[in-house]
Design a protein around this ligand. Structure first.
Ligand code: DP6
Length: 356
């Protein structure tokens, strides 16, 4: 093949990863570069058909540098987190052969080849709905597929962790635990599946998007400030979470909804209390979030949790209770009328201001 010919090929791989919602939260790092947390956490992975990231990665000898597009817009790959994931996956890459097209990439060739990455989220990015979790899990999975990485999912979770902590949990479905580990190199800070997606099929998760705006304080900045200033965070990570983890694992194992719901709410409340205990305080929940919490207490047997944003994640033990909750939600938070919708279209912002 002449040089021009050999530069023509492009090899691609695509993956889709769901987001996950923590029921025992990760908040605070003991190592910012390797992304090592101050406590273990547990999450539930959502169905990929709803909140997920889809990523296509491509490699070609004609690419002169690594590039990435997020939701159609090119973003700089200079950030250490993308570079860490790329480096770690390239280090584990194997030979790739496509005999039909006469392509053969040796494991040692990967260092000299550049990739293009295109990723889409089917939900608001950076609005506190764990978009980075789905995004980095998907990126790592797609790169591993492209570069024929043979490692186990657990090993890949430690790579995704270096993109965004919560991403390590999105490589599995069902209920997942991220063990903080205690080794300095972070090799034991990995995600493991506690129960697969069929374990507790009755559970229904509803997401009430209160705002799709990007949050003012990113999780990374927020947790750094909490580690530096919140004494409640120290107490939480050393005393409360270790106890709560055991109880949560037990509740999941037994599908004990009352215990699961109580622990989930308590952990969300404490995470937001840590945010308030941070200096300057961080306010992720807003008035609408607080009203959702009150509503949850009106409908028996439901639970809520909030990540770093005002959007509610509501959990019901079955469809019947979920319908009841949804009915109440629509009663207290009715969708806009036709007239209101018209005024959005016509650009009358007064209603938006009232609503906001
Ligand atoms: C509140 O994983 O987004 O959602 O590791 O700095 O990228 P970085 O943070 P990120 O933080 C998630 C925080 C959380 C709780 C959780 O998912 O456990």
């Amino acid at each position: 093949m002449g040089e021009k010919e050999s530069k023509k090929w492009v090899l691609m791989a695509t993956a889709r990863s769901p987001t996950n919602i923590a029921v025992i939260k990760y908040w605070g790092k003991r190592d910012e570069t390797l992304i090592l947390p101050v406590n273990d956490s547990i999450s539930v992975t959502l169905d990929p058909s709803h909140l997920s990231a889809t990523t296509t990665v491509a490699v070609s000898p004609s690419f002169d540098r690594d590039r990435m597009w997020l939701n159609g817009k090119e973003i700089l790959l200079s950030g250490g987190r993308y570079q860490s994931c790329l480096r770690e996956i390239r280090r584990r890459a194997e030979d790739v052969k496509d005999e039909e097209r006469g392509i053969c990439i040796k494991r040692e060739d990967w260092e000299g080849l550049h990739v293009h990455i295109a990723s889409f989220n089917n939900f608001p990015t950076a609005a506190g709905l764990a978009s980075s979790a789905a995004g980095f899990a998907c990126l790592v999975f797609a790169l591993a597929k492209l570069m024929n990485v043979k490692e186990e999912t657990t090993e890949l979770s430690s790579v995704a962790r270096q993109g965004s902590g919560s991403a390590c949990r999105s490589l599995y479905g069902g209920f997942v635990k991220w063990a903080m580990g205690n080794k300095e190199d972070g090799s034991d800070s990995i995600a493991v599946q506690l129960a697969n997606e069929t374990h507790w099929e009755d559970l229904v998760i509803l997401i009430a998007v209160v705002s799709s705006r990007q949050k003012e304080t990113s999780s990374t900045t927020g947790m750094r400030e909490s580690v530096e200033t919140s004494s409640l965070l120290q107490y939480r990570s050393q005393v409360v979470v270790p106890r709560r983890l055991i109880q949560m694992e037990e509740a999941i194992k037994k599908r004990d909804f009352p215990s699961f719901a109580k622990l989930t709410c308590a952990d969300s409340n404490q995470f937001h209390a840590v945010c308030l205990d941070t200096s300057p305080p961080i306010f992720y929940m807003n008035d609408t979030s607080h009203r959702h919490v009150q509503l949850c207490f009106l409908v028996h047997r439901t639970s809520y949790t909030y990540d770093a944003g005002p959007n509610a994640v509501l959990i019901a033990p079955n469809r019947k209770v979920a319908h009841l909750l949804l009915q109440r939600m629509l009663f207290y938070f009715p969708p806009p009328s036709e007239k209101e919708l018209d005024s959005y279209v016509l650009g009358d912002t007064s209603i938006l201001q009232e609503a906001g």
